[in-house]
Design a protein around this ligand. Structure first.
Ligand code: IFM
Length: 442
């Protein structure tokens, strides 16, 4: 980590942290919440590394005021949280459950009372189970249900949420949840999962209209991106890299920004109907960028069901998730988005950036996490470098405020600026929390 002072960020730069409902809220059956696909998946034996569920998680549903105080102490100007669809519509359809919306109403007011902008994600993977039972995102109707849900949320919170994010990482929800079966709902369809991408995007486009009808706040989507690093230099390696890039980085962003679907992945366009691409390309105010690491790619072996092979990237420090730490990949990604999309690209906010380490409390109860400080330092400098190269980046959100329930990894991966003792729910700010507070103040 360099000892040079952190460079300044432009005036009005949005400093934030991110979380997601199922990962922190707990209170899985409180106030009429219905089951989501993640409740079903987590309660299925063998799906989660430590056998845990999000039933209690960080109990944020009951401790949100304490957590907002932590945000205020950190000095962030924004908090990105997600709204649990099954709290608002327990079966994914019909009238709103007022008690479910009441929780987010309280949270939003608590944030505003502390001077923190509420940034609300509408879908962070917790689809109501009742919708999954009718096909979930494989069913085009789910896109229309999503727009109705967006309308209900905007009717209640549209006067106070400062930035809407329709979907979180639709590519990851498609690939891990429906392609590879390692996330909920656990389908293993490989390339046949493409309708899940298309119907999420359609739902996004329809939701943009619903949100704009109720709220003047800007609208975004948060995509996960991973720059490709080729592990060989044959034509076959380059073709494999292009295929992976099209799938991970362009499949969603090209149509969102009006370019239609890329041709490379060989997807079945049968589910795309006339007019869909216009709905999907509804103008965005902000592009949310979630970045963790680049991906090493080489040509696939003969007979592989995929047109590329993912290989570990050597030569970098690694997180507890075994992900390589490559801060310059974030600069490369931001500059690459600008170069590819030019004037079609709206301002970018980095809506997730963070790392898991095995953080433990010392005898005095303190948690030192120098690796996370180095990680954030490097990634913030990468954002600043991209701004210096002319990319319009207007915010940076750390994943995550709290250690939380990391999907298929359960409680085994700690991403928080704040340590959580899950037995007592005691929150302990880590040394990275103090470091980031000082950076924001500076
Ligand atoms: O915890 C997740 C988050 O829900 C979505 N983006 C990646 C994070 C780390 O895996």
């Amino acid at each position: 980590m360099t000892t040079a002072p952190m460079p300044d960020f432009p005036a009005g730069f949005r400093w934030g942290v991110s979380t997601a409902a199922y990962q922190i809220e707990g209170a899985a059956t409180a106030d009429g919440r219905g089951p989501s696909i993640w409740d079903t998946f987590a309660h299925s034996p063998g799906r989660i590394a430590d056998g845990s569920t999000g039933d209690v998680a960080c109990d944020h549903y009951h401790r949100y005021a304490e957590d907002v105080a932590l945000l205020a102490g950190l000095g962030v100007s924004a908090y990105r949280f997600s709204i649990a669809w099954p709290r608002v519509q327990p079966t994914g359809a019909g009238a709103a459950n007022p008690a479910g919306l009441d929780f987010y109403d309280r949270l939003v007011d608590e944030l505003l009372g502390h001077g923190v902008d509420p940034v609300a994600t509408l879908f962070h993977w917790d689809l109501p189970q009742a919708l999954e039972d009718t096909g979930g995102w494989l069913n085009r109707d789910t896109a229309h249900r999503f727009a109705e849900y967006a309308d209900l949320v905007a009717a209640r919170l549209g006067d106070r949420v400062k930035l809407w994010i329709t979907l979180n990482e639709p590519f990851i929800h498609m690939s891990l949840g429906h392609g590879m079966g390692v996330h909920a709902p656990g389908r293993m369809l490989l390339f046949d999962a493409f309708p899940v991408a298309h119907h999420q995007l359609l739902g996004h486009g329809l939701a943009v209209s619903a949100l704009r009808a109720r709220s003047t706040s800007p609208v975004a989507i948060a995509n996960n991106y991973s720059p490709v690093r080729l592990a060989g230099d044959t034509d076959a390696d380059r073709a494999a890299g292009a295929a992976y890039d099209a799938l991970h980085n362009r499949l969603l962003t090209d149509p969102l920004l009006g370019l239609g679907y890329p041709e490379e992945p060989g997807l079945d366009p049968g589910v795309v109907r006339d007019g869909d691409l216009d709905v999907i390309a509804a103008p965005l105010d902000v592009l949310g960028v979630n970045y963790y690491n680049p991906t090493g790619i080489r040509a696939a072996e003969e007979g592989s069901p995929l047109p590329f092979e993912i290989v570990p990237l050597g030569g970098y420090p690694r997180t507890a998730f075994d992900w390589p730490v490559v801060p310059d990949g974030l600069r490369e990604l931001l500059v690459g988005l600008r170069d590819r999309y030019g004037d079609a690209l709206p301002p970018i906010q980095v809506t997730e950036s963070g790392c898991a380490y095995d953080d433990t409390q010392d005898a005095d109860g303190r948690v030192a996490d120098p690796e996370r400080i180095a990680y954030l330092d490097g990634h913030l400098r990468a954002v600043r470098a991209a701004i210096d190269e002319g990319v319009d980046v207007t915010g940076y959100f750390v994943w995550s405020l709290l250690d939380n329930w990391e999907w298929a990894e359960g409680f085994t991966k700690r991403f928080g600026l704040v340590h959580v003792d899950y037995a007592t729910q005691r929150r302990t700010p880590k040394s990275s929390y103090a470091w980031l507070r000082d950076v924001i103040r500076g």
